[in-house]
Ligand binder design. Structure first.
Ligand SMILES: [Zn+2]
Length: 307
């Protein structure tokens, strides 16, 4: 089965080399090495003319291009290696002049979500990985046990507490969320939240809570949001979703009946749609399916037999 967008970016994560200081230094000195810059959750893209139809292109830097900034960066995280180069995420968030820096490199910092579906699969995955792990660093600056500052070790894949009495190690985390297409015969359930773009309808989703299996979480979310009881839950696939820090675990679920009791605190609306309605989606402000880089769209397409 083909991987979802943002997954399987093709890098060898080289986890056995993360603690090898000599190897890391050689990679950082290697002119082939590429840095993936981020500034306050935004990735660097090549500048484009406003009227140009050209697709967005990520802008990666050599160490020489990054210059003294890379040497003094707060966080450099090894993402991995491929046949040509090693890749590091470079966090520039401590700088106030992100826009000026980007412009000096011929680029602009922009939200990955803006361009996601337009990027090649591999590049989208590398940018998402860099964004996700730097967001973890930004949100784990202090030890959750004793409150002392933490430092990055193992090429950015562990943070360790600086308090010698504590020394707790903290590992990168990702928050599991279930996302499910609920169907009942020839109908499927889609909902919408008020904050979504006009017309957009999507699958139900929610975070997994402690003490729950994924199947429990699917059943609970569908019951809480739509008042629907599910009989069968089948895993489909998963997708990293670093907006800011989730992994989406995708399921198909079969409802016991078409009865609905929509929770209006959580959803603006939810209702059953036929295959015909979805196949004829106008993709405009009256009705549109979820964005093409999302697992929600994949679950819908798979149900429609178009995937
Ligand atoms: Zn501590």
């Amino acid at each position: 089965m083909r991987p979802n967008f943002y997954a399987s970016c093709g890098l060898d994560r080289a986890s056995g080399l993360r603690a090898d200081a000599a190897w890391l230094k050689a990679r950082l000195d290697d002119p082939a090495t590429r840095l993936v810059p981020l500034w306050r959750n935004q990735n660097l893209f090549r500048a484009r003319k406003l009227d140009a139809q050209e697709p967005p292109q990520p802008l990666l830097l050599t160490r020489a291009e990054a210059g003294a900034i890379a040497n003094g960066a707060a966080e450099l995280v090894l993402l991995g290696i491929d046949a040509e180069a090693a890749y590091f995420a470079l966090d520039l968030s401590a700088r106030e002049d992100g826009a000026a820096l980007a412009s000096a490199w011929g680029g602009a910092f922009e939200d990955l979500r803006r361009h996601g579906p337009l990027l090649p699969h591999r590049e989208g995955g590398v940018l998402a990985y860099a964004r996700g792990i730097l967001h973890w660093h930004a949100r784990h600056r202090f030890c959750g046990v004793c409150g002392a500052p933490c430092a990055s070790i193992e090429a950015g894949h562990v943070r360790v507490c600086s308090n010698p009495e504590c020394k707790t190690q903290h590992f990168p985390r990702t928050d599991p969320a279930v996302i499910m297409l609920v169907s009942c015969g020839e109908q499927c359930l889609l909902g919408r939240q008020r904050v979504w773009p006009p017309g957009m309808h999507s699958t139900l989703a929610g975070f997994v809570e402690p003490g729950e299996s994924l199947e429990d979480a699917v059943a609970r979310e569908v019951r809480e949001e739509a008042g629907v009881s599910v009989a069968e839950v089948r895993y489909h696939s998963s997708q990293p979703w670093p907006f800011p820090s989730s992994i989406m675990l995708g399921f198909h679920a079969e409802a016991r009946s078409l009865e609905l009791a929509v929770n209006r605190d959580e959803l603006e609306d939810a209702r059953w749609f036929s295959r015909g309605e979805l196949l004829a989606s106008p993709e405009d402000e009256s009705f549109r399916l979820p964005r093409r880089d999302s697992i929600a769209r994949r679950l819908v397409e798979s149900w429609l037999g178009r995937d």
